[in-house]
Design a protein around this ligand. Structure first.
Ligand SMILES: NC(=O)c1ccc[n+]([C@@H]2O[C@H](COP(=O)([O-])OP(=O)(O)OC[C@H]3O[C@@H](n4cnc5c(N)ncnc54)[C@H](OP(=O)(O)O)[C@@H]3O)[C@@H](O)[C@H]2O)c1
Length: 251
């Protein structure tokens, strides 16, 4: 690894710790936590498509343009990433029941910065700094375990988001009590699934860039899980206070 890339990874790690601590004090103003004073806003669905696009296109660009490209097992790591992000960018936003809901431009710009950074470090790692992944890597226990964790996380994330999408009837914008699956124990299984996905991907790629991204995902979502849980208990009629926020019996 060259010094500049090491520096970029270290910078990401330090900012993730800073953001993790800050998010316990200032809740990111989107979704149920949106409030006045954060400047102009966009329709929520447009916001999601715009802010997640760099993860689809720039990750692909940096992978493919690298000297090692997406040959061998890198192709599988590439496809796992794209499976998540093509869904998140071009399918998931159209399933949102977000009638009239808006997202501050500030959030969209922050998320673009976040996605640019992660697409860069991970795309450059796969296409260049990794030195390439041969097909032999597919039989390595790290790839096998990481892939299992990734797809388990994806299943948890998609199921949890699917439950949320079915709560509102067309035109409704209020909050109800999600039931079933991991909602029996925790308030934010979609976040738990997302954290597992990127932890699994980092293990499968066995890469420092993947690790930084997984830590960032945790730093974003763990404080928010706590804020969502507390908000639900306070504001959603009949919400079970005994649920945990993110990890059963722990947090
Ligand atoms: N990698 C990362 O760092 C990162 C960061 C952020 C998000 N994400 C992922 O992006 C996805 C969305 O995140 P999010 O923070 O927007 O999730 P969220 O707050 O759980 O909301 C997801 C959708 O479900 C709706 N919803 C939530 N709770 C509801 C309830 N009790 N009743 C009815 N509808 C409800 C929301 O409506 P409203 O919009 O009206 O609240 C929104 O449309 C998740 O899968 C998450 O894992 C990843």
């Amino acid at each position: 690894l060259d010094t500049a890339f090491r520096f970029i990874l270290l910078g990401g790690l330090v900012s993730a710790v800073f953001v993790f601590v800050s998010l316990f004090f200032v809740v990111a103003p989107y979704g149920r936590h949106i409030r006045k004073g954060w400047g102009p806003s966009l329709p929520a669905q447009v916001g999601w498509i715009v802010m997640e696009s760099p993860s689809v296109f720039l990750f692909a660009y940096w992978c493919i343009s690298g000297p090692h490209g997406i040959s061998g097992a890198a192709l599988l790591l590439f496809l796992m990433w794209e499976l998540h992000y093509v869904h998140r960018t071009f399918i998931w936003p159209f399933r949102l029941r977000a009638h009239g809901k808006r997202t501050p431009v500030f959030i969209v710009l922050s998320a673009i910065g976040f996605n640019l950074y992660n697409a860069y470090i991970n795309g450059r790692w796969i296409g260049d700094y990794s030195g390439g992944y041969t097909w032999e890597w597919v039989r390595d226990p790290r790839f096998v375990v990481g892939t299992i964790v990734f797809f388990s996380g994806m299943a948890i994330n998609m199921h949890a988001d699917h439950v949320l999408f079915t709560l509102r009837k067309p035109g409704e914008t209020d909050y109800k009590v999600p039931q079933g699956g991991l909602y029996r124990w925790i308030s934010c299984p979609n976040y738990l699934g997302e954290i597992l996905e990127w932890s699994g991907w980092a293990i499968a790629a066995w890469s420092p860039a993947g690790l930084v991204f997984a830590i960032w995902t945790f730093a974003n979502l763990a404080p928010r899980a706590l804020s969502n849980h507390r908000w639900n208990v306070a504001k959603v009629p009949g919400y079970p206070a005994k649920r945990w926020a993110l990890v059963p019996y722990l947090f």
